[in-house]
Design a protein around this ligand. Structure first.
Ligand SMILES: [Zn+2]
Ligand SMILES: [Zn+2]
Length: 232
């Protein structure tokens, strides 16, 4: 996955320890490029570096050293899973919809309904990962779109590659793009035309039909009169 950053700071930190033997938190953070040095050692341990405190310097400074100098190949983050392994991981959480043939993701879905999966320490969209491992790597500036319009589907046969423009056209064609679809409408839901005289802009900055608003006000007044015991 091209957009996933590898942890290039890890070899730099190892080189620092090899050169100096010991290092302080501040030195490690400076070499690694961390914005704060407070969690530097925790992050080193998270990425498999065995840092241990050796000596307390003046104040609260502590000198650390590496109990073991690892070879760069021995890291988990360096071993990228193969396409076959990723594919197997995805298929474990697949439910095939017998009517549509969609492969519906059974794991976590985001608010838009797209499946999310953790690959290479990065949370990624399942349909993108599926396209990349089953079809081909995604080209720069391209998106993975659905033929089936089912966001949680990751069946490679239902996916295709497109530009942002294709994505917009597709959304409008399927009635998903809110503002552009709204512009294409010439009549309100009850069939009154959006003419200049009959249109106003409501509080949500959407077009609103004056005819329908008048009807709504009349209805509200009528209910109020009934509530107050006034004969209609
Ligand atoms: Zn599908
Ligand atoms: Zn109307």
């Amino acid at each position: 996955m091209a957009h996933c950053t590898t942890k290039t700071w890890v070899p730099k930190v190892i080189a620092l320890f090899v050169k100096q033997g010991t290092a302080t938190t501040k030195e490690v953070a400076a070499v690694a490029g961390f914005s704060s040095h407070l969690t530097a050692m925790a992050r080193c341990r998270q990425f498999g570096l065995k840092v241990v405190p050796v000596r307390r310097l003046s104040g609260r400074k502590i000198l650390y050293q590496l109990s073991e100098i690892p070879s760069p190949e021995s890291f988990k983050w360096n071993k990228k899973p193969s396409n076959h392994e990723i594919s197997k991981h995805l298929l474990k959480r697949r439910k095939i919809n017998v009517n549509t043939g969609c492969w519906e993701w059974q794991g976590y879905r985001n608010r838009a309904g797209y499946g999310c999966v953790r690959v290479n320490r990065c949370v990624q969209l399942v349909h993108r990962v599926s396209f990349e491992v089953h079809v081909r790597p995604l080209r720069e500036g391209f998106f993975v779109l659905h033929h089936c319009d089912n966001p949680c589907c990751f069946n490679p046969d239902h996916l295709f590659e497109g530009t942002n423009q294709d994505n917009m056209d597709d959304a409008i064609a399927k009635g998903r793009h809110y503002s552009l679809c709204a512009k294409a409408k010439t009549h309100c839901p009850r069939g009154h035309e959006y003419t200049k005289e009959n249109t106003c802009i409501n509080r949500k900055a959407q077009r609103s039909c004056k005819e329908c608003r008048r009807a709504a006000t009349r209805e509200w007044m009528r209910k109020k009169r009934i509530g107050n015991g006034i004969p209609v």
